[in-house]
Design a binder for this molecule. Structure first.
Ligand code: GLY
Length: 324
């Protein structure tokens, strides 16, 4: 048994580890852990308390994958519900579909009785208002929100502002491998922007025959590189988890243009080995790790690999201003 989560998984991974130790199914354990992170308002890019989009609305993305059936469930741009990971789980359980977005996802969530919630916490509302007051022109304020948002998207906040998405990958007592993700995505994103968290194959992938991978950071990059699926496919082709992650990092080196930012790749294989690499990461980047025999999950440093000279610092100023 093994479970790995990123730094933001801190409030959820003890529950996941405990459930795995009791022999509970990996998917239940991962969903339970992610729900706790979604409830933790100190985590500023997951669930209630997450950063809003350019319009000041919190849009949540989440996914789960069962690596034994290769079934997935995901929601994108879901507004007004406390636990997107559980709505994603119900997509897997109840529908012949894998991904629901926007109004359809909200309709489904209401239909299954998912808990409703005002996702915009006071600190997020205040930060958004500071951004609005500082960045939006007087003319646009008068017509808001019926203004072109594209120019403000370039003033959007670095995805690292609130640290990150949460991702969990686990191997349970019955050798099922699963993954789960949840995020409010990039703060001040263009409305409707989906990151990699609900995109199976980009932000997460699990296959009980080989392993699992889940990513945090700039989802734009892992969508382009198909990172999570690639890591598992490289393992299928015979690479160790170490080599598979290395190869996925090489794929990122090939990305030209667009957003080049930070991505952390978390991967496990079906024998309980793992590797976590922070691409363009900063010292201090760590993840949580638990395997059977350990009393409690422990924090470990991610390996840092630099692929870009221009590690994106451009929006740091915005981060400082709007989140103070
Ligand atoms: N990795 C999360 C996102 O890009 O939204």
């Amino acid at each position: 048994m093994i479970v790995i989560s990123n730094n933001e998984g801190k409030s959820g991974i003890p529950a996941t580890a405990s459930m795995l130790a009791q022999g509970k199914p990996g998917l239940d354990a991962v969903e339970a852990g992610i729900r706790l992170v979604e409830d933790d308002e100190e985590v500023r890019t997951v669930g209630r308390g997450g950063w809003p989009n350019l319009l000041g609305e919190v849009e949540l993305d989440a996914s789960v994958m069962d690596g034994t059936s290769l079934r997935t469930g995901a929601v994108g741009g879901l507004q007004g519900f406390r636990h997107p990971v559980s709505v994603a789980r119900e997509v897997l359980e109840r529908l012949p579909h894998e991904l629901l977005i926007g109004a359809g996802a909200a309709r489904f969530a209401a239909e299954i009785g998912a808990e409703q919630c005002d996702l915009l916490a006071d600190h997020s509302r205040a930060a958004w208002q500071r951004w609005f007051d500082a960045e939006v022109s007087e003319a646009d304020r008068g017509n808001w929100p019926d203004v072109p948002l594209t120019r403000y998207c370039h003033n959007a906040v670095d995805p690292e502002i609130g640290k990150d998405t949460t991702v969990f990958i686990a191997l349970d007592a019955n050798r099922n491998i699963v993954s789960g993700t949840s995020t409010s995505g990039w703060g001040w994103k263009y409305p409707g922007r989906l990151g990699d968290s609900p995109v199976i194959g980009a932000g997460s992938y699990a296959d009980s025959r080989y392993g699992a991978c889940a990513c945090t950071g700039a989802g734009e990059m892992t969508i382009r590189a198909g990172t999570a699926r690639a890591v598992v496919l490289y393992m299928k082709m015979g690479m160790s988890v170490e080599r598979a992650v290395e190869e996925a990092v090489n794929d990122m080196r090939a990305l030209k243009g667009g957003l080049i930012n930070r991505v952390t790749i978390h991967a496990i294989d079906n024998r309980g080995n793992h590797r976590v690499v922070a691409v363009n990461g900063l010292p201090g980047n760590h993840y949580w790790f638990w395997t059977d025999g350990m009393q409690a999950p422990e924090a470990r440093p991610a390996e840092l690999i630099q692929i870009s000279e221009r590690a994106p610092q451009a929006k740091k100023i915005a981060m400082t201003v709007y989140t103070a």
